[in-house]
Design a protein around this ligand. Structure first.
Ligand code: HEC
Length: 148
């Protein structure tokens, strides 16, 4: 009996360790003002990325405007995202979303995938990025389609 309990406890510990780990950001390499490799190892889904940029949770269009006719109120605190796919490479777009302060240390744009250097992050959020790697890739895929 005791032996079975020890076994179950070990199983629970292993499964928690698995999931806690899944929340941690994937390692990425910054080079030449960008992140060349996909955070997930594959390319994102531009349709999902469009929906994410529209979603209130990401707050993108609180600051930006974008070619999204269904969004009635759009921001004017930041450049229009139209044409972003011409102005920036995929690698640069990925780094911008991960850590916008790499382009402008004073930026008001949130760092959506950086977890180091953030002060006073709530304990539940420590080590957890705002968006997942897959969400970053979906948004990158969408932004790359925004060509003039
Ligand atoms: C709080 C305001 C704010 C939010 C929220 C925000 N951004 Fe930005 N973003 C900026 C500002 C300001 C710039 C201009 C450069 C700078 O200051 O960093 C910028 C620059 C950019 C650029 C480069 C624009 C260009 O073509 O020159 C892209 C692409 C971008 N943001 C995408 C996004 C996406 C996608 C989201 C949501 C996931 C987002 N931003 C959320 C403020 C914001």
């Amino acid at each position: 009996m005791a032996r079975a309990l020890v076994h179950i406890a070990a199983l629970i510990a292993t499964s928690l360790a698995c999931c806690a780990h899944a929340e941690e950001p994937a390692p990425f390499k910054i080079a030449a003002n960008g992140i060349a490799e996909s955070l997930t190892g594959s390319s994102g889904d531009a349709v999902k990325g469009r929906a994410l940029v529209l979603a209130r949770t990401t707050t993108c269009i609180l600051c930006h405007s974008a070619p999204l006719p269904e969004a009635r109120f759009q921001g004017d605190l930041a450049p229009d995202l139209a044409g972003a796919g011409n102005r920036w490479t995929v690698s640069q777009l990925r780094l911008r979303l991960v850590d916008a302060s790499r382009f402008n240390p004073e930026t008001i744009m949130p760092s959506y995938y950086r977890t180091d250097g953030l002060v006073r992050v709530g304990r539940n959020f420590a080590g957890k990025p705002i968006l997942s790697a897959a969400e970053i890739e979906d948004i990158v895929a969408y932004l790359a389609t925004l060509r003039d």
